[in-house]
Ligand binder design. Structure first.
Ligand code: SF4
Length: 329
């Protein structure tokens, strides 16, 4: 599979007056064409910042302090990180990359008819309005909404329907990459299922090529993702195919996370519910070495001093932990 997006050593900090919150701190990863990546971690681990970084949605105080992000557009890599937010927005938002933000059901202004968003999109990309409206109506139908509702105001729809309307509008131009940030968290179980079905159907039909699904819900990731990124304190601690990760989590944080999460998955459940002692660190002044060391039951001397690099220890399996590396000695 071809690489669709790659991030090299990306650091994005919230630069406040006197301090910086190191929300995303040295991430390298790639997203392939035709795959779903689940990004999992506790609140405050940098998941949402990561989605803003990929989308180049840098709004002060969030600042890209280092690293590069490339997106494949028409077979060529384009460096998003060398452009301004406005440039990326104008050229690629909606067309190549799209986002379903957290609480997407509130993303539309209640008093603006939904067709207005489509007209605006047509105008900003120089596309015929009627043509795009026709496409939008079809997309509404594909996500299970009445096509005529495009004329309605968002407040006339239920929360789950509004969210599907956001997805329909966000994908009208068939973007390659869809970032879904906690899309199921505000929905009831029935609407969660509908939403996952809609997303997977869009991928199957080639409306979107790849999906980044940001969540704290491991059971959902298990259902839809090919690979999983586990984040802790602004770092990727583990990156692997979903099956192998669930079968044998390597990083002590992943092990603790899987054990602490209430999940209907029997193989995860049978390991028991234990919680990870301690709390996630303060990202203004994170712990030295491995950021998980104050909470890690296996911490060694080296863990406090040296940061473990994210390393491929088996084909396709990357982990950032000294337990798996010879060179620690
Ligand atoms: Fe624990 Fe050390 Fe591995 Fe960090 S590097 S997870 S502290 S064993």
């Amino acid at each position: 599979k071809e690489i669709l997006l790659k991030a090299e050593n990306v650091r994005a900090y919230y630069k406040l007056e006197k301090v910086s919150v190191k929300a995303v701190d040295g991430l390298s990863f790639e997203i392939l064409e035709d795959e779903v990546i689940g990004v999992v971690g506790e609140s405050g681990c940098g998941k949402t910042t990561l989605s803003n970084v990929i989308f180049m949605n840098m709004v002060k105080p969030l600042t890209l302090v280092d690293g590069k992000i490339f997106l494949r557009v028409n077979g060529e890599f384009v460096e998003l990180s060398s452009m301004t937010r406005d440039e990326v927005k104008r050229k690629f938002w909606g067309k190549e990359i799209t986002i379903i933000p957290q609480a997407a059901m509130n993303a539309l202004m209640p008093t603006i008819r939904m067709e207005k968003y489509v007209r605006h999109l047509a105008e900003s990309h120089g596309i015929d309005e009627e043509e795009l409206l026709e496409k939008a109506r079809r997309r509404f139908e594909e996500v299970g909404l009445d096509p005529l509702w495009i004329k309605r105001y968002p407040f006339e729809l239920s929360g789950g329907m509004r969210q599907r309307a956001v997805i329909a509008i966000a994908t009208i131009l068939n973007p390659s990459l869809l970032i879904a940030d906690e899309p199921t968290s505000a929905l009831d179980v029935v609407n969660q299922k509908v939403l996952l079905k809609v997303l997977m159907q869009m991928k199957r039909q080639g409306i979107v090529k790849s999906i980044i699904f940001i969540t704290h819900d491991i059971a959902t990731v298990r259902q839809i993702a090919d690979r999983m990124i586990i984040m802790y304190a602004g770092k990727i601690v583990e990156f692997a195919p979903v099956e192998s990760l669930l079968e044998k989590p390597l990083h002590p944080y992943t092990q603790g996370l899987f054990n602490s999460v209430l999940t209907p998955e029997p193989e995860v459940k049978k390991r028991g519910i234990t919680s990870i002692p301690g709390a996630p660190p303060n990202l203004i002044n994170p712990p030295s070495g491995c950021r998980f060391h104050p909470r890690c039951p296996h911490a060694m001397d080296v863990c406090k001093e040296k940061e473990p690099p994210l390393t491929e220890i088996e084909p396709g399996r990357r982990v950032a932990c000294w337990l798996y590396m010879e060179e620690r000695a």
